[in-house]
Design a binder for this molecule. Structure first.
Ligand SMILES: [Zn+2]
Length: 123
């Protein structure tokens, strides 16, 4: 339910409909799409979303304004979407040309830059 609450807040912040590419995945489908085995998608805690008309940077910044996602996972994908999840710790990453890399490879993150630390993890 926290995922639904977060997605609703994101929609409200965006002021328009958001496109959900992917939400819950069964284990077989998760494997097919190359998701990590413990993906939050297999627990119903994650969604991959796109907000039409917004850049990856803008989508990332909006996602960080949602407490459920700011305290959870936010990943940015060069395919043009952002992964959000409601895990119980903050995690940020980017995926560029199929490789998981630090978030700074796709977006500017003032908080991360200030802390001079990166996390790279799949979702
Ligand atoms: Zn995802």
């Amino acid at each position: 339910m926290r995922l639904i609450d977060g997605l609703e807040k994101l929609r409200t912040l965006a002021g328009k409909a958001i496109v959900i590419h992917d939400g819950y995945r069964c284990l077989a489908h998760n494997q097919q799409v190359g998701g990590v085995t413990d993906s939050e998608h297999t627990q119903g805690m994650a969604a991959d979303v796109e907000i039409p008309g917004l850049s990856l940077q803008e989508m990332y910044e909006l996602a960080l304004q949602v407490p459920e996602f700011a305290h959870g996972g936010v990943g940015v994908y060069d395919g043009g979407f952002v992964h959000v999840d409601v895990r119980l710790h903050a995690s940020r990453w980017a995926r560029v040309r199929g490789q998981y890399v630090g978030i700074q490879h796709l977006v500017k993150d003032p908080v991360l830059l200030a802390k001079s630390q990166t996390t790279s993890r799949s979702g």
